[in-house]
Design a protein around this ligand. Structure first.
Ligand code: ADP
Ligand code: MG
Length: 253
């Protein structure tokens, strides 16, 4: 079976210091992979490099999706290919409503391309319909769409906003970086339910997390451990439980 996303020997440096060292994983359609590891092991660096953040220097490796090496594409085209990233610290954009932001994002990623290469905006009525159906699916109150993006949002609301964005963009591969950090159990359940409702046989997820807790709600098919920029172990869900019990340092130092 083809992979949804294949990261091969990815090495990344920040300010000339090598952080990620020949990191490789292969994610099949429909699979959920967890990437665990202690703070500073390079998990977020991997996510930022895939997003195409300019501070993250790719020194080697390839990231394949549908026969294309994503690293050769600008960030917006990676999103158009169906890659979606959820970051640990979303930014507030005062004065932009959720609905406006989501429509702009949707047009940029999924708008029909005209002959001149520009994207045609999705008609507002169609957008409203899609937004409403996704909000219903995720059990989010419609008033949420009128609020300003991330302004005064609780930790849980910020994450729900991102899950809603993900639901609208319908990515092939979603990477969630520490989506669980700072969430109480109720918020964690809401977010996990949202992610679970978007799981299907084609869509793949990479869930990056320091703690095992979120994996009680989002059942991974494969668990990887990253340590000092390298993949040190790969296993099934039982690996996450073992890490929780024994700690990273005990196992890998
Ligand atoms: N912007 C940055 N400038 C310099 N060093 C950084 C930067 N971001 C991360 N690092 C370093 O890269 C390493 C990996 O960080 P990170 O990818 O955030 O790890 P994780 O997400 O696993 O906690 C750490 O040693 C961190 O100090
Ligand atoms: Mg991180």
């Amino acid at each position: 079976m083809n992979s949804s996303l294949s990261i091969q020997n990815l090495s990344v440096s920040i300010n000339e210091k090598q952080i990620l060292k020949q990191f490789s994983i292969d994610v099949k359609p429909g699979e959920v992979h967890a990437i665990m590891g202690p703070n500073g092991s390079g998990k977020s660096t991997m996510a930022y490099a895939l997003a195409g953040h300019p501070n993250y220097e790719v020194e080697g490796g390839e990231v394949w999706m549908d026969g294309i090496n994503l690293l050769e594409l600008p960030p917006d085209e990676r999103a158009q290919m169906g890659l979606f990233l959820c970051f640990q610290y979303p930014t507030a954009i005062p004065g932009i409503s959720m609905a406006n932001f989501l429509r702009t994002a949707l047009n940029a990623v999924k708008g029909e391309v005209n002959d001149d290469g520009k994207r045609k905006p999705i008609p507002i009525t169609q957008f409203r319909k899609e937004l409403r159906s996704k909000m219903e699916m995720l059990k989010i109150d419609f008033s949420f769409a009128r609020r300003y993006l991330n302004e005064g949002f609780s930790g849980g609301e910020k994450k729900r906003a991102e899950i809603l964005q993900m639901a609208l963009l319908e990515p092939k591969v979603a990477i969630l970086d520490e989506t669980d950090s700072g969430l109480d159990i109720d918020a964690l359940k809401v977010v996990s339910e949202g992610i679970n409702s978007l799981r299907d046989e084609k869509r793949s997820f990479i869930v990056i997390t320091h703690y095992q807790r979120i994996l009680n709600y989002i059942k991974p098919d494969v668990v990887h451990v990253m340590y000092d920029g390298k993949l040190v172990e790969t296993g099934g869900p039982e690996l996450a439980a073992r890490l929780e019990e024994q700690g990273y340092d005990h196992l890998y130092k």
